[in-house]
Design a protein around this ligand. Structure first.
Ligand code: BG6
Ligand code: MG
Length: 218
């Protein structure tokens, strides 16, 4: 059997943490007097914490000192962590575990490629750490998606070549990162948003074992 490397984004792919990021950013935005909607939140998907704050400040035409930014980033993360601490297995998105189990059963590499600095505690909270052969998160890379660094480091950790990697992503920036690394990109979400993805599925319930086998064999 061929060995391929399946790289999973975390937020919005394995767990629906986007809603917690949204609530925490929304509170901060309100406090600093910036209007922040669900549509704005789409643009923060896949984007690092620091860059997210810069975008929010830009939308409100606000300037801030480095000290203020540090304080706000800390505050946002503390609030986000309060949500994370309450997470359990029930927050794993539908059929994600079926796909993880199928890939491990077929002796495939499974890697995490996330922009989040909170990735490890989240994987522990929802009890799926054991599926991963390697983990690359926001602590391991300096260039944010759409730069492919996070996926390139992930591939290197399991000695895989790029063209043998398949990436699951819910963000536009993440799909662009996978494409520029010449990896197979699979969008998880709306086709009209993720139109640069090679394949797109609304969620993992639509990804059959046959489709996964095709990816392994090709
Ligand atoms: C990405 C999320 O996975 O991680 C972004 O899509 C988030 O919304 C980014 O800003 C950084 O996450 P964290 O947990 O390090 O603040
Ligand atoms: Mg994501």
């Amino acid at each position: 059997m061929n060995k391929k490397t399946f790289i999973f984004d975390l937020d919005g792919v394995i767990v629906d943490t986007a809603k917690y990021h949204f609530l925490a950013w929304q509170n901060l935005a309100k406090q600093i007097g910036v209007n922040f909607t669900h549509e704005d939140n789409e643009q923060l998907k896949g984007v690092s914490r620091v860059q997210s704050l810069e975008l929010i400040l830009g939308w409100g035409n606000k300037t801030a000192t480095e000290e203020e930014k540090e304080r706000w980033l800390h505050q946002k993360n503390e609030e986000y962590l309060a949500f994370i601490n309450k997470m359990d297995e029930s927050e794993i998105l539908p059929d994600v575990e079926r796909v993880l189990q199928f890939l491990k059963l077929n002796n495939q590499n499974v890697v995490l490629g996330s922009a989040s600095k909170n990735a490890r505690p989240i994987l522990e909270k929802v009890n799926i750490m054991h599926y991963f052969d390697a983990i690359v998160d926001g602590n391991d890379v300096s260039k944010a998606k759409p730069d492919p660094e996070v996926f390139l480091v992930g591939a290197a950790k399991v000695n895989a070549i790029n063209k043998n990697c398949i990436v699951f992503e819910d963000s536009v920036a993440g799909i662009q990162a996978a494409n520029s690394a010449k990896m197979t990109s699979i969008g998880i979400g709306e086709q009209n948003v993720l139109n640069e993805a090679e394949y797109c599925f609304i969620d993992f319930t639509k990804i059959s074992n046959e489709f996964l086998l095709e990816q392994i064999k090709n």
